[in-house]
Design a protein around this ligand. Structure first.
Ligand code: PEP
Ligand code: MG
Length: 327
């Protein structure tokens, strides 16, 4: 299989009608970066920054982070890397953080909530990113944004940081080269005011969290995790709605949860209107292979028809469509 996908590396992920999907990879370590070349990914759609904080017994130093982020950008070259600021919560306890006793840590004090309440660490990380960029284009996204104000406030911190660096005489990227995005991981953000969609430079759907909150089914709980299909009509309709709203405002939107790396799920997400999918590097070949064999417009009609029939999940209709085109 590895060989078969290697042939696809330099081919576009376009469907039978020529609709192009951008396939990107998720990463979190410097060691992941060589895959950017090998997999044929167009960029890093999600760079998780937690690891550097988890492997130490104290907060990493700004210079140390700046050096690492700089190396990541160097090795990505012209390809874009979307750095996600620290997504830490009481489930991923930092050894040097006072443990929080929370009954539902996934819905607790985590991610941007910690960042906005304890600004020191977030500011340090933002400064490390700006310094690492040394005037190069920079993409930063904030995790787990549940309402517009959280994004507005975090974005403001970043802008202040950039202005401060400029006053210090440090090189900073021009504003048109700074992309500030939000991760859409709670259903609430999909219903944010129009102004949010206008302000965000891009939106990245964190499908793992979004799905758990959409169905109220813990992503870590084996008993309920598989109960709700990603190809459930309600969920796909919701994804379609998000894609529509983003399109209306010209806000680029991608999907970076694990489902983006499952070929059948990936083509359905694309059929619902998402043009960018970010996944583990090994999934890029299989996803591209399937995209190139289908007509996403026709697939959308298959999905809509299944929904109109009252199916709970479109999976069997989609599999029947795929079986049909294979013959
Ligand atoms: C997600 O929630 O889908 C996501 C990409 O972030 P994480 O898996 O790190 O929570
Ligand atoms: Mg998440």
């Amino acid at each position: 299989a590895q060989m078969r996908y290697a042939d696809l590396r330099d081919k576009p992920a376009s469907d039978l009608k020529g609709r192009q999907i951008s396939l990107q990879m998720n990463a979190g370590l410097m060691a992941d970066l060589p895959s950017l070349e090998g997999s044929g990914a167009e960029g890093v759609g999600l760079f998780r920054t937690e690891l550097q904080f988890l492997i130490r017994n104290k907060v990493p130093r700004r210079a140390e982070l700046a050096r690492l982020y700089g190396l990541v950008m160097d090795s990505a070259g012209d390809k874009r890397v979307a750095f996600r600021t620290l997504d830490i919560g009481s489930d991923k306890v930092l050894p040097y953080m006072k443990p929080q006793d929370e009954p539902n840590p996934a819905m607790g004090w985590r991610a941007i909530r910690v960042g906005l309440d304890k600004k020191g660490v977030m500011r340090m990380q933002l400064q490390a990113l700006v310094r690492a960029a040394r005037g190069r284009p920079l993409s930063i996204m904030f995790p787990f944004v549940a309402q517009f104000d959280e994004f507005r406030e975090a974005r403001q911190h970043l802008i202040h940081m950039i202005e401060g660096e400029r006053r210090l005489g440090n090189p900073v990227p021009d504003y048109d080269k700074i992309n500030i995005g939000a991760m859409l991981e709670t259903p609430s953000l999909a219903f944010a005011p129009d102004a949010f969609f206008e302000m965000a430079d891009f939106i990245s759907i964190g499908g793992n969290d979004l799905k758990q909150f959409f169905f109220a089914a813990d992503r870590e709980n084996e008993r309920v995790r598989r109960r709700y299909d990603t190809l459930n009509v309600s969920f796909l309709t919701f994804i379609g709605m998000i894609a529509e709203r983003c399109k209306k405002f010209g806000t680029p939107v991608s999907f970076c949860g694990e489902d983006a790396g499952r070929p059948v799920e990936a083509i359905c997400l694309a059929a619902m209107g998402l043009d960018t999918l970010s996944m583990r590097p090994a999934s890029i070949g299989p996803v591209k292979h399937l995209i190139r064999r289908v007509d996403l417009g026709e697939l959308r009609r298959v999905i809509d028809a299944s929904s109109e029939r009252g199916d709970q999940s479109v999976r069997s209709s989609v599999l029947a469509y795929l079986a049909e085109i294979e013959t």
